[in-house]
Design a protein around this ligand. Structure first.
Ligand code: ADP
Ligand code: ZN
Length: 608
């Protein structure tokens, strides 16, 4: 496919005729222009921001094939199918293919019959593949998920480091690296390791205004999750992240037993079962995926309505990437997390017990502290998040702390009571026991150790166990108390505890809030209300969705590859009577018009 005429009008022309979109979003236009003219680029854009078009359109505008390097082999088929739907000649090369298949694609590549080819990094590095590329005409290299080059991140792929070879072997070919991970350290690492120091950097706003952030205090996490799903997301597709494989399985069973279709996904499962579950999640509607973080990189299902965390993520980067998988279509979505004392203890322990060297442990500790800061903040979650990525913003009005501001109180006295009790039990007992002493509970163990004789016995009887746990959690998060994992999780005072004990430093705490059942708060979030459909429009919309299910099944692709919900909704409203009326609906490009136009017009005519 070649497109005559020049410059940015050509890019806009491709956007309209091929992809069916009327306008570029954010920095897309500048990025495309820059790369189409042969420049290198480093693109940082949040999930759902529209990164794919940033390399797809320049690949169509330039001579030759665009080579997309991606670690996500499992998604290549869907990506290629989606491109075929809009008439772009795309293929992939990876280890799932037979020799015959890859030979055919290699021939097409050499003969210049492809617009885009997706290649796994380990495949790219083979001498055979590099020779093949040398013999082909290449429009550009796109390095997707470029943060995989970072050794600090959890997505690190050693083969990514070798990608600097591209610059050496193909100095004339422009390269564009893309990622949704925004922190400065990762950005520098990408630029450095991929030899993109001279590339133009495009850093988008990382805000995802349609996502509502909520972090609730964990009481009974699973039950709270169920309330949340039933209350706000009945019938919606969503992802639930858990820390361990076992918990993933248990949570899926629990949800299924409660009438919610849930599938597990983690790296310990058989590959076939894992990919079957992923395929169902992508193709069917309303499935909840319970997963470890092994699931999700590159999942571009647009209508994931919520992402829930039952365990604390290790870093804000991880949290932001995972929650970013919600609401890629721009519709209202929830990022919900249940967080409690046990999470803090567990994460700190995992770092303490890991095999990593001291420097690495320090980095992990700093990242965890930042994550805890987000959980404990009294300010707007979004402001806190964006600030972490170096971007200023205003109170958002669409997060839990904005919607129902937490109450803070001067917790100095309570914290002093807690610290001195820890001291009086010789820093040899875990949190549960310390709280029992504070509350004046006469357990066998307390009597055995004569802790009922301590001056602090019962001085905290005015607070419930849950309140004390919330205080202890914050005190650990603040670093006033450390947990000694080598000795029965005993609580120990840190140096930072001294000024508080002496009364030289005050401590502001977040008031414990009893978990409340969430209700669909008259449903829609302000500013993101999807225009409601009339009864007639709704009937047509439903009919279009049925047609889409059928068509997707026939073509063996996910439904959203045919049309997004937003497109079907627009069609239901516009009721196009002819192919010409249908042209101009967002998401309907020339190829789709040609393939599906008549069917849709006929379907509408049937309804009269
Ligand atoms: P990501 O940055 O996460 O890779 P994608 O490239 O998958 O995001 O784009 C997210 C969604 O937004 C896709 O469904 C895509 O078709 C849509 N999109 C991207 N750019 C535009 C645009 N200019 N106008 C309308 N929709 C767009
Ligand atoms: Zn807010």
């Amino acid at each position: 496919m070649t497109h005559p005429s020049s410059g940015s009008t050509r890019a806009l022309d491709v956007l309209e005729t091929v992809f069916g979109y009327p306008a570029f979003r954010g920095q897309q236009a500048e990025i495309i222009e820059h790369v189409a003219q042969g420049g290198d680029a480093l693109v940082l854009m949040p999930t759902g921001g529209g990164k794919s078009l940033c390399y797809q359109i320049p690949a169509l505008l330039r001579d030759g094939v665009g080579v997309v390097i991606s670690p996500l082999i499992a998604l290549m088929q869907d990506q290629v199918d989606a491109l075929a739907e809009v008439g772009v000649r795309a293929a992939f090369l990876n280890s799932t293919q037979t020799f015959e298949e890859s030979s055919r694609i290699e021939r097409q590549l050499r003969d210049g019959e492809l617009d885009l080819v997706y290649v796994a990094p380990e495949r790219l590095m083979t001498p055979r593949c590099l020779e093949l590329l040398q013999a082909s005409r290449i429009a550009l290299f796109a390095i997707d998920e470029a943060h995989c080059v970072s050794q600090w991140g959890h997505d690190f792929r050693p083969e990514y480091i070798k990608l600097s070879v591209l610059h050496e072997r193909f100095p004339q070919v422009p390269r564009i690296a893309l990622t949704a991970t925004a922190d400065q350290q990762t950005r520098d690492e990408i630029a450095h390791r991929l030899q993109l120091d001279d590339a133009l950097q495009f850093v988008s706003s990382f805000d995802r205004p349609n996502i509502r952030y909520q972090i609730v205090e964990k009481a009974n996490g699973r039950k709270q999750l169920l309330d949340f799903i039933q209350g706000e997301h009945a019938g919606d597709a969503g992802i639930v992240y858990c820390l361990s494989r076992k918990k993933v399985e248990e949570t899926a069973d629990f949800l299924n037993a409660s009438g919610i279709t849930a599938l597990p996904y983690h790296a310990g499962m058989e590959y076939a079962q894992r990919s079957a579950n992923q395929a169902r999640f992508l193709r069917e509607e309303g499935i909840v995926m319970t997963a470890t973080i092994a699931f999700g990189m590159g999942i571009d299902k647009p209508d994931v309505r919520f992402v829930a965390h039952l365990d604390l993520p290790k870093s804000i980067e991880g949290y932001y990437q995972e929650t970013g998988r919600a609401g890629r279509d721009g519709g209202p979505a929830n990022a919900w997390m249940a967080y409690g004392l046990q999470d803090v203890v567990q994460q700190r322990r995992m770092i303490a017990e890991s095999e990593a060297d001291e420097t690495f442990k320090r980095v992990l500790g700093v990242k965890l502290d930042a994550m805890l800061g987000l959980c404990e903040t009294l300010a707007c979650r979004r402001v806190h998040l964006l600030d972490y990525f170096g971007q200023g913003s205003e109170r958002c009005g669409n997060c839990d702390t904005c919607l129902s501001p937490p109450i803070s109180f001067d917790g100095t006295v309570a914290v002093q009571k807690l610290l001195s009790t820890v001291y009086r039990v010789d820093q040899r007992f875990a949190g549960g026991h310390v709280i029992e002493v504070l509350r004046g509970i006469e357990t066998e163990r307390i009597q055995q150790w004569r802790h009922d004789q301590l001056s602090t016995f019962g001085i905290g009887a005015d607070k419930s166990e849950a309140e004390w746990r919330a205080i202890l959690r914050q005190v650990i998060a603040l670093g006033l108390i450390a947990v000694d994992y080598e000795s029965y999780s005993a609580l120990k005072l840190t140096d930072a505890a001294r000024p508080v004990l002496r009364g030289a430093q005050a401590v502001q705490l977040r008031q414990y809030q009893k978990p409340v059942k969430t209700k669909r708060d008259s449903g829609k979030q302000k500013g993101y209300e999807e225009s409601t459909l009339s009864a007639e429009e709704q009937a047509l919309f439903d009919k279009l969705r049925w047609w889409r299910v059928e068509t997707a099944r026939k073509n063996n692709v996910p439904a959203y590859v045919i049309f997004h919900d937003a497109t079907l909704r627009e069609i239901a409203k516009a009721r196009p009577r002819s192919i010409d009326d249908l042209r101009g609906v967002t998401g309907v490009g020339e190829k789709k018009l040609e393939t599906y136009g008549e069917q849709i017009v006929a379907l509408i005519a049937e309804l009269g």
